[in-house]
Write a protein that binds this ligand. Structure first.
Ligand code: ADP
Ligand code: MG
Length: 435
C-alpha cells in the first residue's frame, strides 16, 4: 500500500484549527486588553486623537505577533489612505516582515521538497544562506547547471497552510461580527473577503512570475529600468527563478551625484506612468525594497506580486484625468471622477462635489512643481468623495495609491521633480499614440 507523506502545505486538521484559534484569541486579548485601558485613560486626559495615536502602534505590534497572514493584511490595509485615518496608515506602513530566515538545513529541505531529484540537474550550486527573508518567502542566490547566476524566491514551507488557516478563521470572525447590530449595513464580509483575496494573492508565485514577465516586456521601453528576467523552465509553483541582480543596496542612490538621482527619479516615474497610462498593468507595491537604484545607473523593479490590470475604460479615464490635470481643467477632472466612480450614493451632493473637486484641481495646477504633493492632493480628493457620497472604483484606487507609494522616493531623489510635466509625453502616447 502506498503511504502518503504529509507535505508542509497539506490542509490543517481540526486540532490545529482549535489550537490556532486559541492562540489568536489569547494574543489578541493580551495586547488589546491593556491597549483599551491605555486608550480610555489617554482619551480622558489628552483627548481621543492622542489616544488613537498611541493605540495604532499597539495594533501593529499585535499584527506582528499574530503572524504572516495578519502582517500581509496590515500592509495591504495600510495602503488604503482613501478609507483609513492617516495616522493608522502611517503606523501600518511601518509593518515589516521581520522574520528570521530559514536555517541553511531547512532551506535545503524546502528546496528538495519543491524540486525532488531535479535539484541536482537544475542547480550547480545554491547558497542556502538567504540574502533576504520575508514572511512568505526567502531569496537565495544560486547558479544553474548552465552556469547562469539566478535568484530563487522560495516560498517558506507551510506558509500556505498557515495563512489559509488564519484567513479562514478571520472570515468566520468577520461573518460573526457582521451579524452584530452596529455592523448592519456595513459590508464587513465583502471588505474582509477582498482583503483575504489580496493576501492570498501573495502566495501565488505562478502569477507573480507571470507578472514579472509582463512588466519586463512593458517596461523595456523606459530607459534605465530593469525587471529581472524569469527563467520559466526552472520555476515551480513554490519557487520563482530569475536573473540575479548584483549589488542591490537600499542606499546606493544616496551615494550617486544629483544628476544621476534626477535621472533615477525621471525613470522611475516614467515607468509608473507607462504602466498606468499606456499598458494599464500596474505594479502597486513599489516601495523601497521592491524598487532599487544601482551604482551602475539602473532602476530595478522587483516583486510584482501585487499588480493590477486596469480595464481599458479605466485606463483611458485615468489618462484623461491626468491630461486634464496637466492643463488645469478642473471641471473635466471632476466629471471624470464621477464618471469613473463605482457608486454615487442616492443622497450624494453631486453639484457640491463637482465644484469643490474642480477647485482642488485648479489650485493644485497653480502650485510650483516642488510644492505639488500627490498625497496631499489625493487625501483631499478622497475626503471630498467621502463627504459628498461618491464611492471611487476600487480598480482605480490601487493604481492611484501606487503613485502615492513612490512619491516619497521620487521627492527624495529629486525635490524639483515635476510630476505633471513628466507625465505629459507618456499621457500623449497612452491616449493618442500607437500602442
Ligand atoms: N532577482 C533578484 N536578484 C537579487 N536580489 C533579489 C532578487 N529578487 C529579490 N531580491 C532580494 O530579495 C528581497 C526580497 O525580494 P521580494 O521579491 O521583494 O520578496 P518579498 O515578497 O518578500 O518582499 C529584495 O528586496 C532583494 O533584496
Ligand atoms: Mg518585496
Amino acid at each position: 500500500m502506498a503511504v502518503r507523506v504529509a507535505r508542509s502545505d497539506d490542509p490543517p486538521g481540526a486540532v490545529a484549527v482549535v489550537l490556532r484559534l486559541g492562540r489568536i484569541l489569547l494574543v489578541t486579548t493580551a495586547v488589546l486588553g491593556p491597549a483599551a485601558l491605555a486608550w480610555a485613560a489617554t482619551a480622558l486626559v489628552r483627548g481621543r486623537p492622542a489616544a488613537w495615536r498611541l493605540a495604532w502602534p499597539r495594533l501593529v505590534t499585535l499584527l506582528t505577533w499574530l503572524g504572516p497572514a495578519f502582517v500581509k493584511a496590515g500592509q495591504v490595509l495600510g495602503t488604503r489612505r482613501d478609507l483609513l485615518p492617516s495616522a493608522l496608515c502611517d503606523a501600518l506602513a511601518t509593518l515589516q516582515d521581520s522574520v528570521a530566515p530559514l536555517s541553511a538545513a531547512r532551506a535545503a529541505e524546502a528546496l528538495a521538497e519543491v524540486y525532488g531529484d531535479e535539484v541536482d540537474t537544475l542547480f550547480a550550486e545554491v547558497d542556502y544562506a538567504a540574502i533576504a527573508s520575508g514572511s512568505v518567502a526567502c531569496v537565495h542566490r544560486a547558479r544553474l547547471t548552465s552556469g547562469r547566476e539566478v535568484a530563487l524566491k522560495l516560498r517558506r514551507p507551510g506558509v500556505d497552510r498557515a495563512m489559509r488557516l488564519d484567513l479562514r478563521l478571520v472570515r468566520r470572525g468577520a461573518a460573526l461580527v457582521a451579524g452584530l447590530p452596529p455592523c448592519r449595513g456595513v459590508p464587513v464580509v465583502e471588505v474582509v473577503d477582498a482583503l483575504c483575496a489580496a493576501v492570498l494573492g501573495q502566495l501565488d508565485f505562478e502569477r507573480e512570475a507571470a507578472n514579472l514577465v509582463r512588466l519586463r516586456a512593458d517596461l523595456a521601453v523606459v530607459p534605465r529600468v530593469w525587471v529581472p528576467q524569469v527563467v520559466p523552465e526552472a520555476c515551480r509553483p513554490q519557487c520563482i527563478v530569475m536573473e540575479f541582480i548584483r549589488d542591490l543596496d537600499l542606499d546606493a542612490a544616496s551615494r550617486c551625484p544629483s544628476a544621476a538621482r534626477r535621472k533615477f527619479a525621471a525613470s522611475a516615474l516614467t515607468a509608473m506612468y507607462e504602466m498606468l497610462f499606456v499598458n494599464g498593468f500596474v505594479h502597486c507595491d513599489l516601495h523601497p525594497g521592491n524598487l532599487y537604484f544601482t551604482e551602475s545607473a539602473q532602476v530595478v523593479v522587483l516583486d510584482a506580486g501585487f499588480s493590477v490590470q486596469l480595464t481599458e475604460r479605466l485606463r483611458l479615464l485615468f489618462a484623461d484625468f491626468f491630461l486634464n490635470m496637466a492643463i488645469g481643467d478642473g471641471d473635466k477632472c471632476a466629471a471624470i471622477v464621477v464618471e469613473s466612480s463605482a457608486e454615487v450614493r442616492p443622497d450624494a451632493d453631486l453639484a457640491g462635489f463637482l465644484d469643490r473637486m474642480a477647485d482642488l484641481v485648479r489650485r493644485s495646477h497653480k502650485l510650483p512643481a516642488r510644492e505639488f504633493s500627490l498625497i496631499a492632493f489625493a487625501t483631499e480628493m478622497f475626503d471630498l468623495q467621502r463627504r459628498h457620497g461618491i464611492h471611487a472604483a476600487p480598480e482605480l484606487i490601487f493604481p492611484l495609491l501606487s503613485l502615492l507609494v513612490i512619491e516619497g522616493t521620487i521627492r527624495d531623489l529629486d525635490p524639483e521633480a515635476d510630476f505633471q510635466e513628466l507625465a505629459r509625453p507618456v499621457l500623449v502616447k497612452g491616449r493618442f499614440g500607437a500602442r
